[in-house]
Design a protein around this ligand. Structure first.
Ligand SMILES: Nc1ncnc2c1ncn2[C@@H]1O[C@H](COP(=O)(O)OP(=O)(O)OP(=O)(O)O)[C@@H](O)[C@H]1O
Ligand SMILES: [Mg+2]
Length: 233
């Protein structure tokens, strides 16, 4: 998937400016930046939920927009879960949406996110962390190859964080690809191949997730972050 010179204007605000991004299959990318930098907006463009105002989107060779959408697993801050259904029923519902029926697949993802024990309880009785883990299971249940994860660790306690970290590491080893939005550089470095720093709608730095890359990246992030706080105060 490739974005070329993508711009997004919303209510006369330049939310994304001249974004160039090449996301290769098997690659995991961290998207880092302060509040309002444009990270979620960029994810929405990648998901096709939002159409850019200008620029070019190239899908992987031989893949139509429809196939692209089907190959995506999306974890956004909105969990897209039904409170009145059980965990299991939610996953069954989403599988059907993608034209799939696979009970074993549901059992497997429930195990991966460690929710097998409560699968027949209503989602309304789940804790925030359990709902978040179920929303990750929901994103996995149709066997996507590309994932978009918008701050999936937000609101998770240490145990739930560890479950998700292990899951992402396994997925990465299997050659799945994800874009992970995060505020935590150190954390992203453990889970990604490459990191992009966003600032005021632009990608201002791109580094491989190596030790040297980390220093350059966190230095600029800290500098821009201080600038941002200055702007706000
Ligand atoms: N529908 C909209 N109309 C106008 N401006 C918008 C709209 N959606 C987002 N924006 C603006 O676009 C900018 C980028 O927002 P976005 O949500 O992409 O940032 P973010 O990097 O994900 O921030 P956060 O870390 O707070 O989630 C913000 O300044 C926001 O106010
Ligand atoms: Mg956001």
């Amino acid at each position: 998937m490739e974005l070329k010179n993508v711009n997004l204007l919303m209510n006369e605000k330049n939310v994304l400016r001249s974004i160039n991004l090449h996301w290769r299959q098997g690659e995991s990318i961290a998207l880092i930046g302060a509040n309002g930098a444009g990270k979620s907006s960029l994810l929405k463009v990648l998901s096709t939920l939002v159409k850019p105002s200008s620029g070019n989107i190239k899908y992987p060779v031989g893949i139509s927009i429809r196939q692209w959408k089907e190959s995506l697993g999306i974890v956004f801050p909105e969990t897209f879960l039904y409170d009145g259904l059980t965990g299991y029923e939610n996953l069954q519902f989403y599988q059907k949406l993608y034209g799939k029926v696979d009970k074993d697949g549901i059992a497997q993802v429930l195990e991966q996110v460690e929710l097998s024990q409560v699968q027949h309880e209503l989602v309304s009785s789940y804790s925030k962390g359990m709902k978040q883990r179920l929303s990750i299971a929901r994103a996995l249940v149709h066997y996507p190859t590309y994932f978009l994860l918008d701050e999936p660790f937000d609101g998770l306690d240490l145990a739930s964080k560890k479950i998700l970290e292990d899951l992402l590491q396994q997925m990465h080893k299997k050659g799945m690809s994800y874009v992970l939005v995060s505020h935590d550089t150190e954390h992203a470095w453990k889970l990604c191949d490459r990191a992009l720093l966003m600032h005021k709608g632009s990608i201002v730095l791109e580094e491989k997730c190596t030790r040297e890359g980390y220093l350059r990246f966190s230095n600029l992030y800290n500098t821009l972050f201080k600038e941002n706080q200055h702007d706000i105060s």
